[in-house]
Design a protein around this ligand. Structure first.
Ligand SMILES: C[C@@H]1N[C@@H](C(=O)NCc2ccccc2)[C@H](O)[C@@H]1O
Length: 451
């Protein structure tokens, strides 16, 4: 192994209470909110189809012009309690809020800069209101923080001169202080979601990323940081020069999911995928007709897919400059919430079942139970759901979760090979089958085909 001072601090999954809770949460709400929500992707009457939170760069807007949006930030319809109630109904167990996105505007009254809500017409601390409202609904709150900062004069993309180095170290001290401020002043924060760490200026400062992780865990014991924060002694990101994951969970899946057959390696570590409702809009965009908008069932399948591979699914919402969500976002929250109110127990506290992926859908398994869940998205025309079990696993019975007790026929067709018979009809949402099994070896009464 290559000796490292700023590489992975441990190997394997954390098994402390804080991480077990983070893992059991499984489903989270991402919220991207900032000055970009005011123009919403439109500038001087022109609609830009890029992500709305990049409008400053896609419309080449000078920093002073962009920054003056602060004087327009006044979300008169913002109601943290209403947001938290919607999230509770959706069935999320955590929420991750952008405390500061690439634009540098802070949703909390930071003492280290004037570019915050405190100096906007709104004045009040948005982070405090959200933490209190979501925690009151029993939802954990995590902080997104962009290291990349388009506002701060000391930010550098690369370190080419001694002046760059002096300026960037001033910037990193500023960011360190802001992060300590967030971890200190909002003591119920459970995790930090770092972004904007891909530039060379950060990769050359692996030591700083190590020190931030260390400081946060000293100020807030148990707190969780994503792999995207970290660079090692040689600028390697996410995984160090020895291939070990840094931070507490892998955060590379942005608007994409690992393949359930070829990417099974992800089941060896904790990970989270974050997802947009349109193709690529994190912040509020005025015109959602410019791309596909994912349906509730499309997103629900992604949630189940993610749980089936032992990951967390963070679904993004982009409130408007006034603090409201769109009808499509409300519909998604209600539709997924209705399914979660019936079947949330096959998501929360569930994990990878170690079973071979089948065409009909996904398996999840409740931690520490002999309960195997089958979430069926694709009913075969035959009505026969194939189940291949690992050696030593015998299926006993199967039943639709909502029609308690009505058993389904389980046909053993060979050692560790079964067919579960379900009615062939039009289903309008994924069906959940609960399977009970026991340890033991198949009767072995089958002749192995001579090949
Ligand atoms: C979680 C997402 N990560 C941000 C993102 O894609 N940044 C990519 C980026 C690439 C190059 C310049 C600026 C930003 C998006 O704005 C979201 O915050």
């Amino acid at each position: 192994a290559i000796p490292l001072k700023y590489g992975a601090q441990y190997t394997g999954k954390r098994s402390d209470e804080a991480m077990n809770k983070w893992r059991s949460n499984r489903f989270g709400q991402f919220i991207h909110w900032g000055l970009y929500a005011i123009p919403g992707g439109v500038w001087n009457g022109k609609t830009y189809n890029y992500a709305a939170e990049f409008l400053k760069s896609s419309a080449h807007i000078p920093t002073p012009v962009w920054d003056s949006l602060m004087y327009q930030f006044n979300p008169v319809k913002f109601d943290a309690k209403a947001w938290a109630k919607m999230a509770k109904k959706m069935g999320v167990k955590y929420m991750t809020i952008t405390t500061k996105h690439h634009e540098g505007f802070c949703l909390w009254p930071s003492e280290y800069t004037n570019f915050t809500v405190a100096n906007s017409p709104y004045k009040k601390d948005i982070i405090k209101q959200l933490v209190e409202a979501y925690n009151a609904e029993g939802i954990d709150v995590n902080f997104y923080y962009s290291v990349l900062d388009w506002h701060h004069p000391d930010w550098r993309y690369d370190i080419k001169t001694p002046e760059d180095s002096v300026a960037m170290s001033r910037y990193l001290t500023f960011a360190y202080n802001q992060l300590k401020e967030l971890a200190t002043n909002y003591p119920t924060v459970k995790a930090f979601w770092f972004d904007g760490t891909w530039d060379n200026s950060v990769k050359l400062n692996g030591k700083w990323t190590y020190e931030v992780e260390k400081m946060l865990k000293e100020v807030r014991p148990g707190v969780i940081v994503n792999s995207r924060l970290r660079a090692d002694d040689y600028g390697k990101r996410h995984k160090d020069s020895n291939g070990q994951l840094m931070g507490d969970y892998e955060s590379g899946y942005e608007r994409r999911l690992p393949d359930p057959v070829t990417d099974l390696a992800v089941t060896k570590w904790d990970w989270e995928a974050c997802m947009t409702i349109p193709e690529n809009q994190w912040g509020y965009h005025k015109d959602w007709s410019i791309s596909h908008v994912k349906s509730p069932l499309e997103l629900l399948e992604m949630l189940v897919h993610t749980t089936s591979m032992g990951g967390n699914f963070l679904l993004n919402f982009g409130p408007s400059g006034e603090g409201t969500f769109r009808p499509q976002e409300l519909n998604i929250a209600n539709t997924i919430g209705a399914w979660m109110s019936k079947y949330g127990n096959v998501i929360w506290d569930c994990d990878y079942a170690g079973m071979k992926k089948e065409d009909w859908g996904y398996y999840t398994k409740k931690k520490g139970s002999n309960q195997l869940n089958m979430v069926v998205f694709n009913v075969p025309v035959s009505g026969l759901l194939r189940v291949n079990t690992p050696k030593g696993m015998i299926l006993e019975k199967a039943a639709f979760l909502d029609s308690k007790g009505v058993s389904l026929k389980v046909e053993e067709i060979a050692a560790n090979q079964y067919l579960i018979h379900i009615p062939v009809k039009q289903y309008t949402s994924p069906q959940v089958i609960q399977v009970d099994y026991r340890e033991g070896n198949a009767k072995g009464s089958y002749e192995k085909a001579k090949t």
